[in-house]
Design a protein around this ligand. Sequence first.
Ligand code: BV8
Ligand code: ZN
Length: 255
Amino acid sequence: MTDGVDRARDLLARARRVVVLTGAGVSAESGVPTFRGSQGLWRSHRPEDLATPEAFARDPLLVWEWYAWRRSFIARCEPNPAHTALARYLADHPTATLVTQNVDGLHQRAARAVRGADTGDADRVLEVHGAIHRDRCSSCGLRAVGAEAIDTSTPQTLPRCASCGGALRPDVVWFGEALDEAVIGAAFRAAREAEVCLVVGTSGVVYPAASVPEITRASGGSVVEVNPEETPLTRYAAVSLRGPAGSLVPHLLHG
Ligand code: BV8
Ligand code: ZN
């Protein structure tokens, strides 16, 4: 493992620009269930079945129940050493960009903790799938911090937009929905310009986010992966470090 870490450190040290892509695995040690891991199910529902506009149209009470449960669960989770190490790396490397598929907000919380109130680094955290603690109006698009307690007793008690009265939804990107052009565009630009893409805790199956490491490779860069398991991205990796992010990422970046 040490020669893999040494090679990965050497690649990172020589890179002028680094892009990081994280997935649910970086939050696993904070207690947030991953999507495709064993505890990814909720009341026997698969995320792919609930995180869709069709599910929300068909059963908004059930979908809101799932998000309200996740929102309150995540509110009690803390950033783990991987989030903190990545936040410190961002603070020390102004040309680095962190692209996250996660909607749990733990990268931003770690960035604020590392840099105090200054959320400057938070805008170098690109949340390509949105943020679970924010609501968005289905009609006028107004965004606002979401309530933790959602009254899911009847359709009439579901949250409504303060501005137009439209139905509020969690401000996340569902399967089959387009990502925010500006956000995914910035992620792809960072991937193109990076000499190294550090991929942490993703199964690499959800597109277009999973293209980020492929874009770095296609423009001549290298991929370094941190994951306890092999993934479809492993074959693109110059180095693939087998192990949990919570210990490997701090060791890799600040060991
Ligand atoms: C789009 C927000 C087009 C919601 C998420 C058929 C029909 C429709 C679409 C498609 C289709 N086929 C393909 C698609 C495209 C689809 C897709 O890629 N599907 C996959 C499943 C095949 N993509 C989309 O639909 C995207 N939109 O394509 O739009 C379009 C264009 C124009 C106009 C209209 C439409 C939208 C995708 C976004 C979906 N939203 N999240 C919510 O959170 O509720 S995705 C969801 O999956 C999460 O964001 C999650 O982050 C993401 C990816 O999963 P991972 O993060 O990788 O998590 P996973 O559990 O899979 O893996 C965890 C990994 O961690 C594992 O490898 C594990 O080994 C590792 N690990 C575990 N412990 C640790 C660890 N690693 C390190 N340390 C540890 N301790
Ligand atoms: Zn509205």
